[in-house]
Design a protein. Structure first.
Lengths: 290, 328, 414
C-alpha cells in the first residue's frame, strides 16, 4: 500500500517538474518550430546557478525561492542573447537551428563542468518544507507535495497569460499560423525572442525546483532532455494542456516503469512517443501537425 | 586520363600507404577509426543529403549491428555467421525504422527517428539479459579472412580500407544512377515527382535501406575495432555526432561526410590530448560551421576557393569593355 | 577535383600530426611515464577528480621523482564508461608510451581493458574493483592496492549480522559489475553469519530520482547500499525523504569520506566499511591528508587515497627493480613484492594474484570528532586486519564458486 501511495505521489511530483521543464519547450517548438536541444542544458544551468546563489558562494546568499527566480532570469537573458545572435541568423533553416542548439548544449555542459567541477551539488529543501505528511504508513515528503502545488500555480499562470493577455494572444496566433500573424502586424521575431527567453527561464526555474529532488550533477541535461521531448511530442507542440497532461502521464510511466518493469523501463517511456508520432502526429492536444 | 581519375588513384595510394608512413600504431588506429566513421557518415548522408531526411536515430542502427555481432560471437558462433546474422538483423530493424518514420517528413521525421534511436538505447541499457547493460559485451577475437589476421592495427586498417573503398564506390554509383537522381528529386520536389509517376515512398524506403546497410557495415567494423560494445555507442549523443559529421563536411556531397568524419575523430582523439575542454571545442566548431558555412566544410571550401580564384582572375583581366547603353 | 583536394588534406593532416605529436619527439632518457585513467565527467566524476588529486599530491610530495627517475604524468579522462576506457587506454599505451597505468576507476572499465593491457604487457595498478581479474581470470599485469568489490563488503556483511544483529537485509546498488560484486560479497558474508537477503534492486548508474526504488524497500530490518560516485548522496536523500528508518550499511564508495562535506543529516548513522578512513591517526595518513588539503583545498576520501597508494607502490616497485621498467615481467615481479607500512591506510601487501591484503575499517557517520571544518565525520568503530579478497574462506573454496554477479549468490526464501 505504501508503495503505491508513495509512487503515485512521486509520479505527480515528477510530472509537475516535467511540466515546468517542458511547457517552455512546447511553446518554443510550437511557435518557432525549433526542437530546442539546449533545453536540458538550461535546466541544468538554472540548477547550478540557483545552487550557487543559495550556498552563498558569490559573497551573498539568497533564499531558495529568490535564488530560483534570479537563476531563471539569468538563464532567460543568456538564452535571449543566444536566440538573437545565433538562431535568428538561421531563420527558416530548421536543420541548422537544431544543430546550433545541439552545439550550444555541448558547450554549456562543458562550461558547467569547468566552473562547478564533476562533484554533484546537493540542494537542501527550502526552510519549512523539510518534513513529512503521513498517509497511513506512507511518509510523503512535504517538499514533493509543494512541487505539485508550484506546478499547478504555474500551469494556471501560464494559461492565464496565454488566454487573457495580449502577449498570449500573439503567441497563440504565432503558433497557429506564423505567416498570417506577420500579415496582421505581429512582430513575430521579437515574439520569438520573448518566448525563447520565457521557455528557457522556466526550464532554469524548474532546474532549481528540482534541485532538492534530483541534485545537480554533470549529465543532468542529458537525463532531462529526452523526457521533455517525450512529453512535448505526446502532449502536442504548442499546447499547454498537452504539456500538462503529457507530463503527468510520463511521470507515471517513469516511476512505475522503473519500479515494475526495470528491464523495459526506457522502452516503455519512449514507446508512447513513437506511437503518437506514427498514429497521431499532432499529439494528444496539439493544434497543428509538425 | 582525366585529372579526376589521377586524383582518385593518388588518394587511394595515399590511404594504402598510411600504415607504412607512420610507425605509430596509434595513428594507424586513428586512421581506421576515421575510415569506419566515414562509412557511417556516408550512409547517413544518403538519407540526409540525397533524400533530404534528417535522422537523429542512426546510431541505433549502427549499434544494432554491433550488438547483434557481439551477441552471436559471445554465444559461440563463428565470425562469418555472426557478421551475416548481424547484417540481417540490422536490415530488419532498418526496415522497421523506415516503415515507422517514412510516414512523416521534416521535423516529424527527425522526432520519430530520435524516438526510435532512444528506444534502441533504452533496450541496450536496460535489457540486461541480452545486452549486459552498461557492462557491455566483449568481443575476444577479430576475424581472419583468408587466413590474414586482423588482430594487428595494420591488418585491421587494411580490411577497413577495403570496406571503405567499396562503400565509396557504392555510394558513387548510387548517386550517379537514375535512382540517385530520382532520390534527389524526391528531396527537392516531392509533389512534382509524385505527379510524374514516381513512387516517392518506395524510393525513400530503398534509400533508407541502403543507408541502413552502410550504417550496419560501419557498426560491424566498429565492434571489431573496439572489440567491445556498450550502450554508449547507441546514445542520442552518438546519433548527433554522426549527424554533425555529415553536416559539417557537407551533406549531399561525396567528400563531405568523409571530411566530417575525419574532423570529429581527430578532435575527439587527438585534440583531447592537448585541449582539456575538447567537448566545448567540438560544440563551438559545429556552431561556427552551422552559422558561417552551413553547407558544410567541403562545399564551403570550394565556394571560398572559387571566390578567391575569381578574384584573382578578375584582377588579371584588362578593364572590361564598356557596355553599350545608358548605364555605362 | 574534390578527391584531389582530399589527398592534400589528408597528407597535410598527417604531416601536421606527426610534427606536433610530442610522443614522437620526446627524448628517450630516464624519464618515467606515469599514466592515469580517470573519470572527470558523468556520475563517477566525483571519484575520478579525486583520483587525479591523489596522484598529483603524491608527485608534488616527491618532487615528480619515482624510483630515482623524473616522472612525466599523463592523465586521461575515460568518461566513466568501458568504451572510453578502452580508447584512453590505447592512447596511453600507444601514443603516450607510458610505463605504467594507474586506474581505471570503475570495475566495468577494467573488465573492458583487461585483455588489452595483458596483450600489451602494460603494468596496471587498478583502483577499480572487478573481482575476477585477481581471482578466476587473473591478469598477470594487474595489481590492486585498493580492494576487490567484495573485499570491503565481506566485513560489513559479517558486522551487520554479528554486531548489528540484522537478520533480513535489503540490497540496493547500481546495475553494473561493481554493484553486483559488492552485493554478492555482502550477501555471502551476511548469509554465512546467519542473515538472509530479502531482495536486491539494481537501479541504473544514471538515475535522476531514486524514489521508485526506495518505495520498494520494505519487509526488512536493514538496508545495504553500494552506490558510487555522487549517487550515494542522492540515494540517501531519497531514502530519508521517504521516511525510512532502517539502519543502512555500505561499502567504501557509499560512505566515502570525501562525501562528508556534501552529506546532510540523512547520513547520520550510516555504517560503512572501507579500506581507507580519514580519521586514521598515523603519520602516513596525516601527510596524505595535509597534502591534499594544501594542494587542492578539499577533503580526500577513498579514491584519492587509492591512487596515492598505487603511486607509493609504483615508487617502491621501481626502487626494488633498480629503476628499470623496460623489462615488463621483471617490473611486475618487483611490484608484486612491495609491502608498505607507511600508507594512508596502514600496512599493505599483495597476495599471489596481485590483490592487496590490508586493514578494513568499519566507521559510523555522526557529528562526533569532526575535523577540518566538516560537520559530519566517519568515526572508526571496528578494525579488521589482514583482510584479503577471500575473507575467511580458504582460497580454493572461494574460487570454486562463480564470480559474484547479478544472480550469484542466488536469493533464497527468508
Amino acid at each position: 500500500m505504501t508503495f503505491w501511495v508513495l509512487l503515485t505521489v512521486n509520479s505527480v511530483t515528477f510530472g509537475g517538474l516535467l511540466f515546468l521543464l517542458s511547457a517552455g519547450f512546447s511553446l518554443i517548438f510550437g511557435l518557432m518550430r525549433i526542437p530546442n536541444l539546449t533545453h536540458g542544458s538550461m535546466f541544468m544551468a538554472g540548477a547550478y546557478l540557483g545552487a550557487t546563489l543559495l550556498a552563498g558562494q558569490l559573497g551573498f546568499s539568497l533564499n531558495f525561492w529568490l535564488a530560483a527566480v534570479v537563476a531563471a532570469l539569468a538563464v532567460a537573458a543568456l538564452s535571449a542573447l543566444m536566440e538573437r545572435v545565433l538562431l535568428r541568423r538561421l531563420a527558416g533553416q530548421q536543420l541548422a537551428q537544431v544543430l546550433v542548439t545541439l552545439g550550444v548544449s555541448l558547450m554549456v555542459a562543458d562550461i558547467c563542468l569547468m566552473v562547478w567541477g564533476g562533484d554533484p551539488i546537493s540542494v537542501d529543501n527550502p526552510p519549512g518544507l523539510g518534513g513529512f505528511v503521513r498517509i497511513g504508513a506512507a511518509a510523503l515528503p512535504l517538499y514533493r507535495m509543494a512541487v505539485i502545488v508550484i506546478a499547478a500555480v504555474f500551469a494556471i499562470g501560464l494559461w492565464l497569460m496565454l488566454e487573457r493577455t495580449r502577449l498570449g494572444a500573439m503567441i497563440r496566433a504565432g503558433v497557429d499560423d506564423p505567416d498570417m500573424a506577420r500579415v496582421v502586424g505581429i512582430r513575430v521575431s521579437r515574439l520569438f525572442t520573448i518566448v525563447f527567453a520565457l521557455g528557457a527561464g522556466l526550464a532554469a526555474f524548474a532546474g532549481m525546483i528540482g534541485g532538492p529532488i534530483l541534485s545537480v550533477y554533470p549529465g543532468l541535461d542529458q537525463d532531462m532532455l529526452p523526457l521533455a521531448l517525450v512529453v512535448v511530442i505526446l502532449g502536442g507542440t504548442g499546447s499547454l494542456l498537452g504539456s500538462f497532461v503529457g507530463s503527468i502521464i510520463i511521470g507515471f510511466i517513469y516511476n512505475f516503469g522503473q519500479a515494475l518493469l526495470p528491464e523495459l523501463a526506457y522502452f516503455v517511456l519512449f514507446l508512447p512517443m513513437v506511437l503518437v508520432l506514427v498514429l497521431r502526429p499532432q499529439g494528444l492536444f496539439g493544434g497543428q501537425v509538425l | 586520363m582525366s585529372g579526376r581519375t589521377v586524383a582518385v588513384i593518388v588518394a587511394v595510394l595515399a590511404l594504402v600507404a598510411v600504415p607504412y608512413a607512420t610507425t605509430e600504431i596509434y595513428y594507424v588506429n586513428i586512421a581506421s577509426q576515421i575510415l569506419l566513421y566515414a562509412v557511417f557518415a556516408l550512409g547517413l548522408s544518403v538519407l540526409v543529403g540525397y533524400a533530404g531526411l534528417v535522422s537523429l536515430g542512426h546510431a541505433g542502427l549502427f549499434g544494432v549491428a554491433s550488438y547483434a555481432v557481439a551477441y552471436q560471437l559471445a554465444a559461440g558462433h563463428p565470425h562469418a555467421a555472426a557478421i551475416f546474422g548481424g547484417l540481417v538483423i540490422a536490415l530488419v530493424v532498418t526496415a522497421g525504422f523506415a516503415f515507422l518514420s517514412l510516414r512523416a517528413t521534416g521535423i516529424s521525421f527527425i522526432m520519430i527517428t530520435l524516438a526510435l534511436g532512444e528506444i534502441i538505447w533504452g533496450l541496450a541499457y536496460r535489457w540486461i539479459s541480452v545486452t549486459n547493460g552498461d557492462n557491455g559485451i566483449n568481443v575476444s577475437t577479430r576475424p581472419a579472412p583468408f587466413g590474414i589476421s586482423l588482430a594487428s592495427a595494420k591488418g585491421f586498417y587494411g580490411a577497413t580500407l577495403i570496406v571503405f573503398l567499396l562503400a565509396v564506390a557504392a555510394v558513387t554509383i548510387f548517386v550517379r544512377s537514375p535512382f540517385g537522381a530520382a532520390l534527389c528529386g524526391t528531396r527537392d520536389q516531392p509533389r512534382r515527382m509524385t505527379a510524374l509517376g514516381y513512387h516517392v515512398w518506395m524510393i525513400r524506403f530503398w534509400a533508407f535501406m541502403f543507408s541502413g546497410l552502410l550504417t550496419s557495415v560501419a557498426g560491424i567494423l566498429f565492434v571489431y575495432y573496439n572489440q567491445f560494445i556498450s550502450p554508449q555507442a547507441v546514445a542520442l549523443a552518438a546519433s548527433a555526432e554522426g549527424l554533425l559529421m555529415v553536416i559539417s563536411g557537407g551533406a549531399g556531397t561525396l567528400l563531405g561526410p568523409i571530411v566530417g568524419a575525419a574532423l570529429v575523430v581527430i578532435i575527439k582523439n587527438v585534440a583531447s590530448a592537448y585541449v582539456e575542454r575538447w567537448n566545448f571545442l567540438l560544440g563551438a566548431i559545429f556552431v561556427a560551421i552551422v552559422v558561417f558555412m552551413p553547407e558544410g566544410l567541403v562545399p564551403g571550401a570550394v565556394r571560398l576557393a572559387r571566390t578567391a580564384w575569381r578574384a584573382v582572375g578578375r584582377s588579371k583581366l584588362a578593364a572590361p569593355a564598356p557596355l553599350v547603353g545608358p548605364k555605362s | 577535383m574534390r578527391i584531389h583536394r582530399r589527398a592534400l588534406l589528408k597528407g597535410a593532416a598527417a604531416a601536421g600530426l606527426a610534427v606536433a605529436a610530442p610522443a614522437v619527439l620526446r627524448a628517450q632518457g630516464a624519464l618515467f611515464r606515469l599514466g592515469l585513467l580517470t573519470v572527470k565527467s558523468g556520475p563517477l566524476a566525483q571519484g575520478g577528480i579525486q583520483m587525479e588529486q591523489g596522484a598529483l599530491t603524491f608527485l608534488k610530495e616527491r618532487n615528480y621523482m619515482m624510483g630515482g627517475r623524473k616522472v612525466d604524468f599523463v592523465s586521461a579522462d575515460t568518461g566513466g564508461n568501458p568504451a572510453g576506457a578502452k580508447t584512453k587506454a590505447q592512447e596511453l599505451v600507444e601514443r603516450d608510451k607510458v610505463d605504467v597505468i594507474v586506474g581505471p576507476l570503475a570495475a566495468f572499465e577494467l573488465y573492458a581493458i583487461s585483455d588489452y593491457v595483458r596483450e600489451q604487457r602494460m603494468p596496471t595498478l587498478s583502483l577499480a574493483a572487478a573481482d575476477n581479474l585477481t581471482q578466476r581470470q587473473p591478469n598477470p599485469f594487474l595489481l590492486r592496492a585498493s580492494a576487490t568489490s567484495s573485499q570491503s563488503m565481506h566485513p560489513i556483511g559479517h558486522y551487520a549480522a554479528t554486531e548489528l544483529k540484522l537478520k533480513r537485509a535489503f540490497c540496493i546498488t547500481e546495475d553494473f559489475a561493481f554493484g553486483y560484486e559488492q552485493m554478492g560479497g555482502f550477501q555471502a558474508a551476511f548469509q554465512k553469519d546467519g542473515g538472509c537477503v530479502v531482495n536486491k534492486l539494481w537501479p541504473p548508474l544514471s538515475t535522476p530520482d531514486y524514489t521508485p526504488y526506495v518505495a520498494q524497500i520494505a519487509d526488512c530490518d536493514g538496508v545495504c547500499q553500494g552506490f558510487a560516485g555522487s549517487n550515494p548522496l542522492r540515494f540517501m536523500k531519497a531514502y530519508a525523504s521517504a521516511g525510512l528508518k532502517y539502519p543502512v550499511v555500505t561499502g567504501s564508495t557509499g560512505g566515502d569520506d570525501a562525501l562528508l562535506k556534501s552529506y546532510g543529516e540523512e547520513a547520520i548513522g550510516l555504517i560503512s566499511c572501507s579500506p581507507y578512513t580519514l580519521d586514521l591517526e598515523t603519520d602516513g595518513n596525516k601527510r596524505f591528508v595535509d597534502g591534499i588539503m594544501k594542494n587542492h583545498n578539499t577533503i580526500p576520501g577513498f579514491y584519492a587515497a587509492g591512487i596515492y597508494m598505487n603511486c607509493q607502490v609504483v615508487d617502491a616497485g621501481l626502487k626494488a627493480a633498480n629503476g628499470q621498467s623496460e623489462d615488463k615481467e621483471k617490473f611486475m615481479a618487483a611490484l608484486k613484492t612491495v609491502s608498505l607500512t607507511d600508507t594512508p591506510r596502514g600496512p599493505i601487501k599483495f597476495d599471489h594474484l596481485g590483490n592487496v591484503v590490508g586493514t578494513s575499517y568499519v566507521r559510523r557517520c555522526g557529528t562526533e570528532g569532526a575535523k577540518y571544518g566538516l560537520k559530519l565525520w566517519n568515526k572508526t568503530i571496528k578494525t579488521y586486519e589482514n583482510v584479503s579478497q577471500f575473507w575467511t574462506w580458504p582460497e580454493q573454496e572461494f574460487l570454486a564458486h562463480p564470480v559474484y554477479s547479478r544472480d550469484y549468490p542466488p536469493l533464497t526464501k527468508c
